[in-house]
Design a protein around this ligand. Structure first.
Ligand SMILES: [Zn+2]
Length: 189
């Protein structure tokens, strides 16, 4: 190994690290569940994280530490992530959620594992942000808002043609189809 060769290799591995998404599949679900905590039910916006009693259950159900700080962190990042996915805000707004966030290597029997480290109360928020970026890289454009403007839910489109419009065919898909039929009927009447 020459003195000049080593830094080159180090640079290559740094690049690999930076561009390779490290989010866990569970974090992707955490992200989608978080984005979908403000559904519209019967025309009224709900908030599944409105108070700590609700949030505590939600955090536990999503495998996160159920603390008030984690709850607050998720409320903050939710607003930003929803706006980014809707195209209303730049991802630069994620900067505060990345303060002191990093991956640390841990030796295992197989090699290295990378552990996420984030400040107390910011762990779930950091996971959601990293999962958002992993999706952006691995599945561009597939995380999006439901095409029903009265619906505030989001979807991850895993269909081959990448043409899914609705959070759920059963709910928004059928509702929007019914509406189109209604308008068409009105036009011809
Ligand atoms: Zn919908």
């Amino acid at each position: 190994m020459t003195g000049e060769g080593a830094p080159g290799r180090w640079n290559v591995s740094m690049v690999t690290m930076v561009t390779m998404p490290m989010a866990e599949p569970a974090d992707e679900q955490l992200l989608l569940n978080l984005l979908n905590t403000t559904p519209v039910v019967d025309g009224h916006e709900q908030d599944e994280l409105a108070d700590f009693a609700l949030a505590r259950q939600w955090l536990a159900a999503n495998g996160q530490k159920a603390t008030k700080q984690e709850w607050q962190g998720l409320l903050d990042v939710r607003t930003v992530l929803q706006a980014i996915v809707r195209g209303e805000q730049s991802p630069t707004a994620l900067a505060p959620f990345l303060d002191e966030v990093g991956y640390w290597p841990r030796a295992t029997a197989d090699g290295l594992d990378w552990d996420l480290r984030a400040p107390e109360g910011r762990v779930a928020a950091a996971k959601a942000v990293i999962a958002w970026d992993a999706l952006r890289v691995s599945s561009p454009g597939r995380l999006r808002a439901c095409a029903n403007t009265e619906c505030q839910l989001f979807l991850i489109d895993r269909s081959k043609p990448n043409s899914a419009k609705w959070c759920s065919m059963a709910v928004c898909g059928n509702r929007m189809k019914a509406r189109r039929h209604y308008y068409r009927a009105g036009e011809t009447a």
